[in-house]
Design a protein around this ligand. Structure first.
Ligand code: SF4
Length: 471
């Protein structure tokens, strides 16, 4: 019977059915970071258990690392304690650690693909919501909680329900100045933040087929913001070209065997989906969020929508968003003054994200407005080194951006990079929840990296196509 990739990969990883109705699912790869793992390791120690597959377990540090310095001990005692705890655990349990000391650190969802750890047909988990990123490779990748991290450390398995599968087909060509980030913000705007609850999202269509792996990672990354448990793209030649030669990718005969397997797990052409959504790429504009959920967004030339246009159960959140963000219905989003610009995160902190911005900054025509604090934060040390090798650090600093060390930085602000007071941030990250960027009153506007750059150089939300003459 024709099956989806989700069904095939899920079924192949079932260890047994549990009385709860869930399946016990083998996890091929377990990624760890410093924030969600210390308690899980403590529980393992308490029960005198071992890590079952240390060779399938990898760690890095991303949330708490300062991006202005690598000096230890960290000034924040809590951050230092988390770091020491992870260092102790990886040593004790024999886990490979991509550490700042070795210049190997980065956001966990950037490190996995970069090292070739993330591969098609795998089941992957990590104690972090945006684990869905790894689905770009045709993997089933789940964000998990602390007790599940404990379970995976001890048994390499997870208890999981089978999800429904929604295919989201995007066909056609994006207009100039429209990026993968706009595609996923548009999808979430159309389907809502809860639209994906109970689903895995399969992204397909000729636009997705033409996307680079970086672009696929950007869309899969935000699946969780649309309520989906995971998101994936069927693997293809683009996937294999990306993986070939990477540190942990199979080599020689093993590579040929792996590609044959990866081909076999693609969704079959006659596979049945629980839902299918079709979108046209040409209809997608540059999107900016105006509210306190990633679904509360408008086109760059749009206005803050009226509450009457929303379903009854969304209206409270919309009113709350008006008040918190200080917007009124009918107000254009363009022209909103910003205080901070942030380009980075596991959504848009890869080399290609910065490449787009470098293209428009080169030549020195544009500079960050004096009243704007603009941060460029590479998603990993590798990305940072690649940027420096290309001279992009200079392009950014000469344009007035702060070029930082790798980390999550202002995406979640569990480090010194924080908004102050009511500051407004144009951000390439993935969440605009209240207080997300470190100030309980701080305001976040999500957008693509190029739109963040346009906001940085104009001091306000602006159409990057006009600012930079794209098109
Ligand atoms: S960059 Fe942001 S979303 Fe991604 S792992 Fe770090 S804090 Fe989470």
């Amino acid at each position: 019977m024709a099956q989806t990739l989700y069904e095939k990969v899920f079924d192949q990883h079932v260890v047994r059915q549990l009385p709860s109705g869930q399946a016990q699912l083998l996890m091929g790869l377990h990624l760890l970071h410093e924030v969600t793992s210390p308690q899980a390791f403590a529980m393992i120690r308490e029960r005198k258990l071992k890590v079952m597959f240390p060779e399938r377990t990898f760690a890095t540090v991303d949330h708490i690392v300062p991006t202005h310095t690598k000096l230890r001990p960290y000034q924040d005692a809590m951050a230092e304690a988390m770091m020491q705890s992870l260092e102790k655990s990886v040593k004790e349990f024999g886990i490979r650690f991509f550490s700042p000391a070795a210049n190997e650190n980065g956001v966990v969802h950037i490190i996995g693909p970069e090292r070739g750890l993330t591969q098609p047909g795998m089941t992957i988990c990590c104690g972090d919501s945006h684990t869905a990123t790894h689905g770009a490779f045709g993997a089933l990748a789940f964000g998990i909680g602390t007790s599940q991290i404990r379970d995976v450390l001890a048994t390499q398995t997870l208890a999981m329900e089978k999800l429904k599968v929604r295919r989201i087909e995007v066909d056609g060509k994006l207009r100039p100045g429209v990026y993968a980030k706009d595609v996923i913000l548009y999808v979430i705007q159309k389907l809502g933040v809860n639209g994906g609850v109970g689903y895995a999202y399969e992204y397909a269509g000729d636009l997705v087929g033409r996307m680079t792996m970086d672009e696929r990672m950007t869309i899969c990354n935000m699946s969780i913001e649309g309520g989906a448990r995971c998101g994936y793209v069927n693997p293809d030649q683009t996937t294999y070209d990306y993986l070939k030669g990477r540190e942990y990718a199979p080599r020689g005969a093993a590579w040929e065997r792996a590609v044959a397997y990866w081909e076999s797990i693609k969704s079959d052409s006659g596979a049945r989906y629980d839902d299918v959504i079709k979108l046209r790429a040409e209809e997608i504009p540059p999107v900016v969020t105006w509210g306190i959920t990633p679904a509360q967004s408008v086109a760059i030339d749009g206005v803050i929508p009226a509450v009457e246009g929303f379903a009854a159960d969304e209206r409270e959140s919309v009113k709350e968003a008006y008040a918190y963000m200080d917007f009124r219905p009918g107000q254009p989003i363009a022209g909103t003054k910003i205080d901070v610009a942030f380009i980075g995160s596991c959504t848009n902190g890869r080399l290609s994200d910065f490449a787009e911005v470098v293209k428009v900054l080169q030549g020195g025509k544009h500079r960050v407005r004096p009243n704007v604090r603009a941060l460029v934060v590479p998603g990993s040390e590798q990305v940072r080194q690649d940027m420096i090798a290309r001279g992009w650090d200079k392009v950014f600093t000469e344009a007035g951006f702060l070029f930082r060390e790798a980390g999550c930085s202002m995406c979640l602000a569990m480090n010194p990079d924080k908004l102050q007071g009511r500051e407004v941030c144009a951000s390439s990250s993935n969440r605009n929840f209240k207080g997300r960027q470190g100030s309980p009153q701080g305001r976040t506007l999500l957008m693509s990296p190029i739109m963040v750059a346009a906001a940085a150089v104009t001091g306000q939300v602006a159409d990057a196509r006009e600012v930079f003459g794209i098109g």
